[in-house]
Design a protein around this ligand. Structure first.
Ligand code: MN
Length: 418
């Protein structure tokens, strides 16, 4: 039992009903406030300066780990230490802790969430993107190949993935420019160059790792939990027209590496333990190194909204992370089975998460079914893909009868091409 997950704990910090940031959450992020940058957590609408808390002597770690613009140093301390710190934060802000709530030095470290700027929470070393939602892979297979052979022969044997680019991963609130590139809109005509016309989001969740093993060693499905720090919302932008022309034979390149957006709070795997659930039965049977025990999927409600400039947002998808075919433990085991090493701050994304009907599809490619259908926005305009000055917002949370643990949101505005 992880102490901070105790559902009976209440906080002396006020937490609005249905807040993503319950006292059972305690995510980690990096904020800027009054010109200072430090590691923080969030409880309700209150951000807590963890560098300040560390300097008061609450944690058994070097204070400087929180006096920085990246969570990598904290993650390098490993799972037991980060778990202890989360437990201690829970203890400090527990309503029964009268000493803490009367301590003026502690109260001085509480900041209104609206008063801080959320920064990139970590330096992403390497970024890998999987393709682990069966419905998504099936939909794409139907559109571009054949409904009778929608899944490629390897798909149920291998958690398919590719190496993405870390440098263009950005935090929520950072606008992007519509990418330019080569496209080939008509099969019998030469390619053209210009702004992407089929700009799309991909609804994903990403997990962030602790330091792994040495090059040559592997992490088993059983060990995987010990190497996963936490998760965040992730929008893996895609330029579908650029992708279609460039991807043969080496796969994703400029259609994918112009930007991927992440939410600013990393929710720990510990906080998500109460929301573990089982996935679908895997048939055919997987190789032994991909077998796993227990419930390794996570029930996370997901939503995507598009907000055209000057109007209300429109929700275009409601999906769930539990729809994944391959779970994180299998992804990490597969990633390292050949001896590939991972580092603290590596990021691995799920792949587009689509549920089994069109209200739960995780990309406009699927929602508009390759541009054959459109979605009406609040202002009456229609979308098949993402238009200039649209903002795409993803939200996610886990909830049971006792507690809610949420991820906040990842919101990105698309500006016209440069
Ligand atoms: Mn992706």
């Amino acid at each position: 039992m992880i102490r901070a997950n105790d559902i009976t704990i209440k906080s002396w910090i006020e937490i609005p009903d249905n807040s993503d940031f319950s006292i059972q959450n305690i995510p980690f992020g990096v904020v800027k406030h009054n010109g200072n940058v430090f590691v923080a957590t969030r409880i309700g609408n209150t951000v807590v300066n963890l560098y300040g808390v560390a300097k008061l002597g609450h944690f058994n770690i070097d204070d400087e780990v929180f006096n920085t613009s990246r969570l990598n140093d904290f993650m390098l301390l490993g799972k037991q230490v980060t778990r202890d710190v989360r437990n201690e934060i829970s203890n400090i802000f527990n309503a029964q802790n009268e000493t803490a709530q009367n301590k003026q030095e502690l109260k001085a470290l509480l900041i209104d969430a609206d008063a801080v700027e959320m920064l990139m929470p970590l330096e992403v070393g390497d970024y890998t993107d999987f393709y682990s939602s069966e419905q998504h892979a099936y939909n794409v297979g139907c559109m571009f190949r054949d409904p009778n052979n929608a899944l490629l022969p390897n798909w149920k044997h291998i958690p398919v993935g590719y190496h993405g680019r870390a440098s263009s991963i950005i935090v929520s609130g950072t606008p992007i420019h519509r990418p330019k590139g080569q496209q080939k809109p008509k099969d019998d005509e030469p390619p053209v160059f210009g702004p992407c016309k089929l700009l799309d989001f991909e609804l994903e969740m990403a997990f962030v790792t602790y330091q792994g093993k040495a090059l040559g060693d592997s992490i088993s499905t059983k060990e995987a939990d010990e190497y996963i720090f936490g998760m965040c919302l992730f929008n893996d932008w895609s330029a579908r027209d650029i992708q279609k022309w460039e991807y043969v034979p080496l796969g994703p390149f400029l259609a994918k590496n112009f930007a991927s957006s992440m939410a600013p709070w990393i929710v720990t795997l510990d906080a998500l333990e109460p929301f573990r659930t089982n996935g679908s039965v895997q048939d055919p049977k997987v190789f032994e190194y991909l077998e796993f025990e227990g419930n390794k999927h996570v029930d996370i409600n997901l939503e995507v909204a598009i907000q055209p400039e000057g109007t209300e947002e429109k929700v275009v998808s409601n999906s769930n992370y539990k729809y994944m075919y391959w779970n994180m433990n299998q992804q990490l085991a597969h990633h390292t089975i050949n001896g590939c090493d991972i580092n603290a701050g590596d990021m691995m994304a799920s792949g587009t998460i689509s549920g089994n009907d069109e209200t739960a599809y995780g990309s406009m490619l699927e929602i508009s079914w390759k541009g054959t259908k459109s979605v009406k926005m609040a202002d009456g305009s229609e979308r098949k893909f993402i238009a200039d000055n649209d903002t795409v917002i993803m939200r996610g949370y886990s909830q049971n009868d006792d507690v809610r643990v949420g991820f906040g949101e990842v919101s990105t505005k698309v500006l016209p091409s440069k």
